[in-house]
Design a protein around this ligand. Structure first.
Ligand code: ADP
Ligand code: ADP
Length: 221
């Protein structure tokens, strides 16, 4: 699903590269934790995977598409197969939970009845069915993050990239969020979660951990 070959990324006016000679393979359906301290290059790696940055060197292949060669006009097509989750949820504050999730399907051209069906289904999965008609800005942080997750899941992406998805949540709520990301509701998608928070790693056992230190990768046992 993901293949990085000798990927380096340097930013202008920065003496040190953000990423150095990264090799990484992630198989379809795999769950991977991307860890490392702040500034290690986690966000940069994710941005390369969703085409927000180009590598300075090396190849970035996502779902068989070589992003290092992709023309910008083809990017929207690729993004449709991706689901992104961020620390800040960016919900539409004065719209309902239902509408916030429905929008992600409407922009993808899904018909009205199918939108209804899928939004209801995904709200069940993230345990928000009872709040479907609540306005987004009346929800707690954990509930808002679950709406954001539902919005990401509804179009059924093949690959989910999450950058500090629990960054604004207390430990219990964060654990609930992670359990969703490693659980059935992602529908077999490949999932990459970046976090600087080592406490989170202990909460969910048995997943692959890839650690970045100063732009270099090491696999942890
Ligand atoms: P992390 O997500 O692990 O905190 P980042 O990928 O955000 O790490 O940052 C890695 C390094 O790249 C840092 O030194 C950061 O300052 C630098 N960096 C990130 N984004 C940019 C940018 N747009 N321009 C210049 N430098 C950047
Ligand atoms: P930006 O130029 O705003 O950093 P990127 O190119 O990184 O944007 O973002 C790629 C896509 O991800 C865009 O569609 C953007 O709207 C979306 N995005 C970026 N940050 C967030 C966020 N915090 N919440 C939701 N979507 C986001």
């Amino acid at each position: 699903m993901i293949r990085l070959e000798q990927v380096s990324k340097s930013y202008p006016h920065r003496p040190k590269p953000a990423l150095q000679r990264i090799d990484l393979r992630v198989e379809p359906g795999e769950f991977v934790y991307l860890t490392g301290p702040s500034g290690a290059g986690k966000t940069t790696l994710l941005r390369l995977l969703y085409g927000a940055e180009l590598p300075s060197q090396g190849r970035v292949v996502v779902g068989g598409t070589d992003l290092s060669r992709l023309a910008p006009r083809h990017l929207p097509l690729l993004r449709r197969r991706l689901g992104l989750v961020f620390q800040d949820f960016r919900l539409l504050p004065r719209r309902s939970v239902f509408d916030n999730v429905a929008l992600s399907l409407e922009v993808a051209g899904v018909g009205r009845r199918e939108v209804q069906r899928r939004v209801s289904e995904v709200l069940e999965q993230v345990n928000l069915a009872s709040l479907a008609q609540a306005l987004a800005d009346t929800l707690s942080g954990g509930e808002q993050q679950r709406v954001a997750l539902a919005r990401t899941l509804a179009p059924r992406p093949d690959l989910i990239l999450a950058d500090e998805p629990t960054g604004n949540l207390d430990p219990d709520t964060a654990l609930g969020m992670l359990r969703l990301l490693v659980g059935d509701c992602v529908g077999g998608a490949t999932v990459l979660v970046a976090t600087h928070d080592p406490a989170l790693l202990e909460l969910v056992r048995g997943v692959r951990v890839v650690n970045l230190e100063c732009g270099r990768l090491e696999e942890c046992a």
